[in-house]
Design a protein around this ligand. Structure first.
Ligand code: AMP
Ligand code: ZN
Length: 138
């Protein structure tokens, strides 16, 4: 993927503040951090989104997230974290190379992650449960 900024970072053609890497993943500071230590974890190979990414690669990403989380805890006295992954444009994915955000949280940091619940959707639970369950592993 020639025009992908994260592929450029992997190749060393664009700058990054790397905090961890191994043969399959790279973790680097988000250029627009919402808090100190905001880190992105990416597979080194280009995969677009959650559908495109093999489960082994997702496991590597999650293992790296655990490693980086401990480092953040020790290095920055991080007390809490949000993990965030946007898959697809409607979910807010802006860079189309899958990435997992690790967002350190501190007491009173006032970051708002907005979800507006739609309790009326409970009416559809029976139908939706059946639909989803019938497609698991297909
Ligand atoms: P998303 O909305 O989940 O696709 O988030 C993309 C994230 O990538 C944003 O938080 C950006 O700040 C971050 N980002 C974009 N370009 C770079 C870059 N060159 N280095 C580090 N982070 C970047
Ligand atoms: Zn890429």
């Amino acid at each position: 993927m020639n025009d992908c900024i994260f592929c450029k970072i992997v190749k060393g053609d664009a700058a990054s503040w790397t905090v961890y890497e191994d043969e399959s993943v790279k973790a680097f500071l988000d250029i627009n951090p919402v808090n100190i230590g905001h880190t992105l974890i990416i597979p080194k190979k280009h995969y677009k989104d959650l559908f495109d990414t093999p489960k082994e690669e997702l496991m590597h990403m999650m293992k790296a997230a655990k490693k980086v989380s401990y480092a953040l805890k020790k290095a920055l006295r991080v007390t809490s974290l949000n993990l965030y992954l946007a898959s697809g444009e409607d979910a807010g994915q802006e860079i189309h190379h899958i990435h997992l955000h690790i967002i350190p949280r501190f007491p009173g940091d006032n970051i708002k992650i907005h979800y507006r619940p739609k309790p009326e959707l409970r009416q559809k639970f029976d139908e939706i449960q059946l639909k989803i369950r019938s497609m698991i592993n297909l």
